[in-house]
Design a binder for this molecule. Sequence first.
Ligand SMILES: Cc1cc2nc3c(=O)[nH]c(=O)nc-3n(C[C@H](O)[C@H](O)[C@H](O)COP(=O)(O)OP(=O)(O)OC[C@H]3O[C@@H](n4cnc5c(N)ncnc54)[C@H](O)[C@@H]3O)c2cc1C
Ligand code: SF4
Ligand code: SF4
Length: 372
Amino acid sequence: MALDKPHWRELFSEVVTSGLCTGCAACVVACPHDVLDYDSDGGVYRPWHVDAEGGREDCTHGERGCTMCTRACPRFRNWESEIDVHRFARERTDEEVWGVGDVVLARALDPAVAGAGQDGGLVSALLIYALESDLIDAALVSGVDDATWRAVPRVARTRADVLASAGSRYTYSANLLAYHDAVEGGAERLALVGMGCMASAPGAMQVRKAGKVARRLGLTIGLLCSKTFDDTIFEDLFESRYGLARAEIVKMNIKGVIQLWTRDGSYHEVPLKEAQPFTREGCTMCPDFAAEHADIATGGIGAFGDWTLAIVRTDQGRAILDAMVRDGVVETRPADDDPGAVALLHKLAGVSRRRWPADAVPGPRRLPLARK
Ligand SMILES: Cc1cc2nc3c(=O)[nH]c(=O)nc-3n(C[C@H](O)[C@H](O)[C@H](O)COP(=O)(O)OP(=O)(O)OC[C@H]3O[C@@H](n4cnc5c(N)ncnc54)[C@H](O)[C@@H]3O)c2cc1C
Ligand code: SF4
Ligand code: SF4
């Protein structure tokens, strides 16, 4: 990282208020002085600085040399190439639109895990395997508040915790915010589940040496993602236009349309274009569809609805997936079985990369000439 000890003052102007901030909460979790807080109400999803220690825009600890928040932020300055080099020992080429790695399709063999999962249950199978093989002590995931169906950061320590948090919510859950609960509960080796914005945080922290937080976040499972919605979508679209109360929703998916299942067993569809106005502000400049810095990134695109598309990016990701196959926990099939899925991955990754603003560092906008 070039520099001059950048701290909250630089993070505030270059990321938080410039539109690049995704609300991932890495800065909040990494701050050793506890002067950053997080606003998740009213569709904000932003960090803020407590007034007593430097005001909204500055930080007295930063003035004295603390740089931890900028070390943690996966959107600060030259984040993409710094993390690429750290994770893959090289920058990715322009042709690697969805990043470095190999694509495979996978699904959980335990019917309870496959049934709970959004797609093939790979993420849940991975977490259960890592917990039960003593590779991790806990995972930072997204739970759901039963009464309101609001996505909330949670710690998963057991198979039951993992299954209770399986499936996808399409509103934002800054899973990193479960970090302190996990550590207070005695966990030292953590897995993080999160969309690309969060999945780049451990790499950012590791390459910029953000201390214990960086060391503890040892395994990263990414979720492919082109956007999340503001929480208001429940009341202002699903309820007001379709009469679907939030507390009645039990499952949601997006496959060309928004699919909703309710407690009474019925199924509903909402056209995706009606949801566009509810796109969360933090997603509008995000260039990362493919969770480019995860050990394994996972998605649900493709012809096979009960399989998870997995991009295996690191040696650690490869070793865990191989061990799971060997131990009969998951089965895999080649990506060649579904060429349409890989083509769609390429296309959607390219669309997201074009969102990165032209006046920010150029890395994430790089695309092969033929596909511009
Ligand atoms: C907001 C969002 C957008 C997505 N967009 C796409 C997309 O456009 N294309 C695509 O192919 N795939 C997308 N996915 C990924 C897809 O929905 C599945 O999560 C993925 O295929 C893994 O499926 P699985 O059955 O293996 O996971 P599961 O075993 O069901 O595990 C899913 C994990 O995701 C966590 N999770 C759920 N909701 C959230 C949330 N809101 N924030 C953080 N963590 C969460 C859960 O806690 C759980 O650990 C998206 C996921 C999310 C959460
Ligand atoms: S992108 Fe994440 S780490 Fe960076 S300022 Fe926003 S919340 Fe903090
Ligand atoms: S599009 Fe997805 S990965 Fe990007 S900021 Fe939004 S939630 Fe995060």
